[in-house]
Design a protein around this ligand. Structure first.
Ligand code: ADP
Ligand code: MG
Length: 263
């Protein structure tokens, strides 16, 4: 019987992605799909290519030649080693969260969140500090969702690391990104702040249906917050599936020389 359900456009489509730096191939034949609303952990030992892969998804790095294809929400952003310059409106649909937060430290928390809106503004108004009341009200609502409304007026560099990462999340909420890519967002945080950040990511995924791909160092954290894992090893796909199927034996093989208790 023919299906009457319209096919869903994947949020992320990666096909035969290859990347070499000089002679070294750091991503080799990577293919996967992520559907809208999934929360996926990207795991693998240090140097396995996780950050390089995420950078391809936002167009910060260009694929090597071959059959490489990267498409976001149905639009190709890279094909056969050529990068399509995404229009500003398209770029807005992907938000990036960094290990080191990347806020502008001397500016207020509120201004940092408002900056998430810059890509949507006409060029003439793309200047920090020139936002209307409606935008400010929306930025405050984004801050409220990460529990930091009260710190709106403080300089960003006076906040703790965990608070700064929550501001960075408020910034991608302001951007209203459909796809959120987070590269080791909790790697420099204490356990309690790390938990708060993961809970917020999970909440915006569950409540808003946003797609989240998060690289994580700790497999136990991935297990707690994500249903699916993609694992890389030496630049190749090692595992893609339900995280529950990632057995200790497989993890031992993935992280060969690392003590599993440390993960
Ligand atoms: P991970 O995030 O999993 O730790 P990376 O994606 O940062 O891994 O790195 C994968 C491999 O690519 C590493 O061997 C790294 O040294 C190499 N690499 C990353 N970026 C560059 C670059 N700009 N130039 C050369 N080699 C790079
Ligand atoms: Mg990395």
């Amino acid at each position: 019987m023919e299906s009457i359900v319209a096919p869903v456009t994947p949020a992320i489509r990666v096909e035969k992605l290859q990347k070499s730096f000089g002679q070294r191939r750091v991503l080799d034949d990577i293919s996967f799909l992520v559907y809208p609303g999934q929360m996926v952990a990207l795991i693998g030992p240090s140097g396995s290519g996780k950050s390089t892969l995420l950078r391809h998804l936002v167009g910060l790095t260009c694929a090597s030649r071959g059959g490489s294809l990267v498409a976001l929400l149905g639009r190709e952003i890279q094909k056969a080693g050529r990068m399509r310059r995404a229009r500003r409106q398209e770029r807005c649909r992907t938000g990036y969260i960094f290990q080191q937060f990347n806020l502008v430290g001397r500016l207020s928390v509120l201004t940092n969140v408002l900056a998430g809106n810059l890509g949507r503004m006409p060029r003439g108004r793309a200047l920090l500090g020139r936002f209307n009341q409606e935008e400010k009200a929306r930025a405050l609502r984004c801050l409220a969702r990460v529990g930091l409304e009260e710190l709106a007026g403080q300089r960003a560099n006076t906040l703790s690391g965990g608070q700064q990462q929550r501001v960075a999340i408020a910034r991608v909420l302001m951007q209203d990104a459909d796809v959120i890519l987070a590269d080791e967002p909790i790697a420099s945080l204490d356990p309690r702040s790390a938990r708060e950040v993961m809970e917020i990511l999970q909440r915006i995924h569950a409540e808003d249906g946003r797609t989240v791909v998060v690289t994580l160092h700790q497999v136990d954290v991935a297990r707690r917050y994500c249903q699916r894992a993609i694992a890389l090893k030496d630049g190749r796909m090692y595992f893609d599936g339900a995280i529950a199927e990632l057995t200790d034996e497989r993890l031992q093989d993935l992280y060969q020389n690392t003590d599993l208790d440390e993960l």
